[in-house]
Design a protein around this ligand. Structure first.
Ligand code: NAD
Length: 323
């Protein structure tokens, strides 16, 4: 059993978090993570309306009586969602923990704190983590350059970002980006983090509500098979390498603006990938850790193995090293 401030504050068994993932963070996965003793997040914007989010939260509560949270990501969007309405649903539902991401949570902090919600802010630099701490968030999740989705523009990998944040902050730090197995969890703890946040690893689980071909594609892919797109737009996005990501980069290198690639990157095409299993249907987030994903276990098997391997790695390390 690995206990940290994160497990104590959140009331979970294991220092493992399933972070927000567009189109994947639904009740099936989040409840399985909760039932396995870790913390899962329903992704608010995967639900087309705030009313649908309320229904998804209710569906998750039918599947687990344990704690789970909601992810609210504030990034540029083709159709900017009514964030305040999504947040109102979260508050009304009595959700105890929210993961914010994409930009500063400042406008939403008064309402989140008034409702007594624990806030975990996910960010990609120490400066943003310090700002979030000043704003009163309860923990930060620092997302290294290895991560799937939006890694920011400063390109600092977890091996540096995690200890730099842990040294600079007082509140607990969660290591995100590059974590998929027990060795990673042990390393994150050694670097000063108090939990790991994983996305891609959870996509390749039995309960993830995505087509089997997507899971099999992650298993077959290596750490060399992701691409960074939209760097020119300062909205970098790490996605699975495919013909669409190649075309996006070609157009942007040729001087296209967002309008010139919008039809390729629009989120509804990513949703089609996850639903149909056609991995060429659009761009879809994938992290470097796909190179470490070798199987499709149940969520419970994955978390049990992760914690056991981490404990073994910590013990083996202690017995191998003389100080
Ligand atoms: P979408 O169709 O709104 O946009 C697709 C992609 O284009 C996203 O990466 C978005 O950030 C980007 N984009 C949109 N408008 C842009 C602009 N004017 N300039 C530059 N980039 C632009 O995406 P969606 O799938 O419907 O999701 C809605 C929002 O939620 C997006 O901002 C998405 O990034 C975000 N989100 C991301 C995650 C994650 O895990 N990375 C999770 C939840 C939500």
């Amino acid at each position: 059993m690995i206990r940290t401030r994160v497990t104590e504050i959140l009331g979970i068994e294991h220092p493992v978090i399933q972070g927000g993932m567009q189109w994947v963070g639904r009740a099936e996965l989040t409840s399985a993570v909760a039932n396995a003793g870790a913390l899962g997040f329903i992704t608010a914007l995967t639900q087309p309306t705030p009313e649908d989010l309320a229904k998804e939260i209710a569906r998750c509560r039918d599947l687990t009586d344990r704690v789970f949270g909601v992810n609210l990501t504030f990034l540029p969007a083709v159709n900017p969602p009514p964030y305040a309405d999504y947040l109102a649903v979260v508050v009304d539902a009595g959700i105890p923990v929210v993961e914010t991401a994409g930009r500063s949570p400042e406008p939403f902090m008064p309402e989140l704190k008034k409702a007594g919600i624990q806030v975990i802010h996910k960010c990609t630099s120490v400066a943003h983590a310090l700002n979030a701490e000043r704003l009163g968030v309860d923990m930060v999740s620092v997302d290294g350059f290895e991560c799937a989705g939006h890694p920011g523009e400063s390109d600092v990998p977890s091996l540096v970002l995690v200890p730099a944040a842990a040294s600079a902050l007082t509140i607990p730090v969660i290591a995100s980006g590059g974590f998929a197995d027990g060795r990673g969890l042990a390393a994150a703890l050694a670097l000063g983090a108090e939990a790991v946040n994983m996305g891609t690893r959870f996509v390749a689980t039995k309960e993830a509500p995505v087509h089997d071909r997507v899971k099999e594609h992650l298993v077959a892919s290596s750490e060399n098979d992701t691409r960074l797109i939209m760097r020119e737009l300062r909205n970098s996005w790490r996605v699975s390498a495919n013909s669409v990501s190649t075309e996006v980069n070609k157009r942007l290198a040729g001087g296209a603006d967002f309008a010139g690639v919008r039809e390729l990157v629009v989120g509804t095409r990513g949703r089609t990938v996850f639903e149909s299993g056609d991995i060429e249907a659009g761009v879809w987030s994938a992290g470097l850790v796909q190179g470490l994903v070798k199987d499709i276990p149940s969520v419970a098997e994955l978390i049990e193995r992760l914690v056991r391997e981490a404990e073994e790695a910590l013990v083996a390390h202690a017995s191998r090293v003389t100080v």
